[in-house]
Design a binder for this molecule. Structure first.
Ligand SMILES: Cc1cc2nc3c(=O)[nH]c(=O)nc-3n(C[C@H](O)[C@H](O)[C@H](O)COP(=O)(O)OP(=O)(O)OC[C@H]3O[C@@H](n4cnc5c(N)ncnc54)[C@H](O)[C@@H]3O)c2cc1C
Length: 398
């Protein structure tokens, strides 16, 4: 039972703690992102949410002060801010901004429905093959002599967060213009993004490169001049811009969609707590690390336990920033921390847990003694309808 000591509460201490206990699992040096983990930071971000102008400024890239994006995503991804709470927090915003923001929350919910239904098949093209007519492209897809690529990859690697607009630039540049395998680009983003999730990351890539919807997003100098005015003026290639014109690539041919995409049952977890015994600990997972986690809230007197999944982390090779974010978060919950395989670490303990819409939860919980299973806080409970089109899916709930 490799138990870890509790991380210190100060930032420097957490970084040193991650370096010592988890550093062997990181893909880079352990350094913190400016975005802090933990419930207090999540609550502060939500409390200061001001959506005025969100609809017009959400896609702005530079200057940074002009951005309308909220940067709530790392907290939403790890369940510190459940989607229903974020939805409610938008109630007082101007109507257009509220509608636009809530539409983005629905994209997150849609990504979760898709992943819950289709699972790992989201790593394969969903409806169309990879774009055709890509390349030839000289050198790295994210060439560092292009100011747009240098600035955005620096943000990805140093801060672990990007606005949606530059995620689209990177995805399109990687796999529409340069013709590289989208899974490699998605994996590199996933390793660094504090909000990285298989569900939303793959959805973002599949929609940017057209495998999800048959529409290829073209990235060119035009978007940089519109969304990041002044950046091209600093570029060594400003008079020989390799993305001056639109890429010529087009969507690939239709492919056989994965089972379930056109409709079928979704395992959405219980609608009410399923209790079959007296739990002795609350098992927290990376999907739900907030203090409103339903299992934690239902069993406030039980010890909480979190396992840094060593075999999984060794495969994923996340950046140190992500590990610091997670350590800051679990430190605030006072959870008992383990390092190892969750099934080995938790075997023989009677657990309470919150159901989570990811295949990994289903697999591990089936091998553990979860005697109290609590419902996932859906924004919209999944049904059995088609998940081929976001707009059709979103429209069904209106
Ligand atoms: C190539 C690519 C990869 C992406 N990878 C991820 C990822 O790994 N994790 C992730 O959470 N999002 C991902 N997104 C979606 C989106 O870019 C981020 O959620 C958003 O930029 C986060 O910033 P924010 O919190 O300021 O968003 P805001 O604009 O403030 O939106 C509020 C919330 O809505 C949700 N949201 C917004 N846009 C989307 C979207 N297009 N898809 C799903 N949810 C959305 C997020 O939870 C976000 O926090 C990706 C998009 C693309 C194009």
């Amino acid at each position: 039972m490799p138990l870890l000591p509790s991380p210190p509460t100060d930032r420097e201490g957490v970084v040193a703690w991650v370096d010592e206990h988890l550093g062997h699992l990181a893909c880079d040096d352990v350094r913190p992102s400016p975005v802090r983990g933990g419930q207090a930071a999540a609550d502060a971000a939500l409390a200061s949410l001001d959506l005025t102008g969100y609809a017009t400024r959400r896609s702005e890239v530079y200057p940074v002060q002009g951005r309308g994006a909220t940067r709530l995503s790392p907290y939403i991804r790890h369940g510190l801010l459940p989607l229903p709470a974020v939805w409610a927090a938008a109630a007082g915003a101007p109507a257009r901004d509220r509608a636009e923001f809530r539409d983005e929350l629905l994209w997150q919910e849609y990504a979760r429905h898709l992943y819950a239904r289709v699972g790992r098949a989201t790593a394969e093209p969903l409806r169309f093959a990879e774009p055709v007519g890509t390349g030839p492209w000289e050198g790295e897809p994210w060439r560092q002599d292009m100011a747009c690529m240098a600035a955005t990859t620096a943000e990805l690697h140093e801060e672990g967060w990007l606005v949606n607009q530059t995620r689209m630039w990177l995805a399109s540049q990687h796999s529409v213009r340069a013709g590289r395998d989208w899974r490699e680009g998605a994996q590199e983003m996933y390793r660094h993004l504090l909000d990285g999730s298989p569900a939303a990351n793959r959805l973002g890539w599949q929609w940017a490169i057209g495998t999800g919807n048959g529409k290829v997003y073209g990235f060119s100098r035009w978007q940089v001049e519109k969304r990041a005015p002044g950046l091209c003026g600093t570029c060594p290639l400003r008079r020989a811009c390799p993305v001056q014109d639109w890429p010529e690539a087009e969507a690939g041919a239709r492919v056989e969609p994965p089972a379930g995409l056109a409709g079928g049952p979704t395992d959405a977890g219980p609608t009410a707590p399923q209790v079959a015994g007296e739990p002795e600990a609350v098992w927290l997972t990376a999907e739900s690390l907030g203090d409103t986690d339903p299992a934690l809230a239902a069993h406030p007197d039980l010890p909480a336990v979190f396992v840094f999944d060593e075999p999984l982390l060794a495969r994923l090779r996340l950046s140190g920033k992500r590990l610091v974010f997670l350590a800051e978060t679990v430190a605030g919950l006072g959870a008992q921390l383990h390092l190892g395989d969750p099934v080995d670490e938790l075997r023989g303990r009677r657990l309470a847990a919150t159901w989570a819409p990811v295949p990994g939860f289903r697999r591990r919980s089936a091998q553990l003694d979860v005697v109290a299973l609590h419902p996932w806080p859906w924004l919209r409970r999944p049904g059995s309808g088609s998940l081929r089109s976001y707009s059709a899916w979103a429209g069904r709930g209106r």
